[in-house]
Write a protein that binds this ligand. Structure first.
Ligand code: SF4
Length: 201
């Protein structure tokens, strides 16, 4: 690629592209032996780690994975046919349902959730301050991609209503926990995250 010999920023973009390719290959390999698509594997792993009913609905999953509702519906239908998920219909609205893992689905989700180990391993061999810097920089990139509308749902400190940069002299502060956060403690997928009001990102 032409941009490889250019700026450092250009080379970092190429490096991120390689890592993204590794994610794709690892996910694909993980699903292949189980007869599952990469998206189906991602849905199972997401359900394993998110218990909030609102996050277990097709609309939320579609936003989470930047897919259409129709694509997510198809993935859920296939997982249901394979006996890996089941639906829980709302009492008020019978058309609305949350998706739960069956015991078989939970087993596969646990088995496949380690698919990123080969990416995590070299990161964890870095000194702690380099890991913290890497986290900070990646969060800044994700925030930009979120602000520009390229990627959807993000539950990280940088776009949380509880985040107070500079609060009480701390570079990062969580007003919910009422505590400063070290860089390494910044969260990427926080269960207590509250979205900023629209227009304040
Ligand atoms: S609630 Fe979670 S995402 Fe929000 S600032 Fe606190 S730790 Fe970060």
């Amino acid at each position: 690629m032409g941009h490889q010999s250019g700026s450092t920023g250009g080379k970092i973009v190429v490096a991120l592209e390689r890592i993204s390719e590794a994610f794709r290959v690892l996910l694909w390999n993980e699903g292949k032996s189980l007869g599952l698509s990469p998206l189906q594997v991602q849905v199972l792993i997401f359900l394993l780690h998110h218990s909030d009913l609102e996050k277990r609905k097709v609309g939320h999953l579609a936003a989470e994975f930047n897919m259409t509702k129709a694509t997510l519906s198809d993935a859920v239908k296939t997982l249901e046919k394979k006996g890996l998920v089941e639906k829980e219909f709302g009492q008020q609205d019978q058309r609305s349902f949350a998706i739960h893992l069956t015991p078989a689905g939970e087993g596969i989700a646990r088995q496949t959730s380690h698919f990123t180990e080969e990416i995590q391993s070299p990161i964890e061999s870095l000194p702690p301050d380099e890991q913290a810097n890497l986290l900070l920089n990646l969060l800044s990139i994700i925030r930009h991609l979120n602000q520009t509308g390229i990627i959807g749902v993000q539950r990280m400190c940088f776009n949380c209503a509880h985040y107070g940069p500079g609060h009480e002299g701390h570079p990062h502060f969580c007003k919910l926990l009422n505590a400063p956060l070290k860089t390494a403690e910044l969260r990427v997928d926080c269960p207590e995250h509250v979205p900023l009001p629209s227009g304040a990102k």
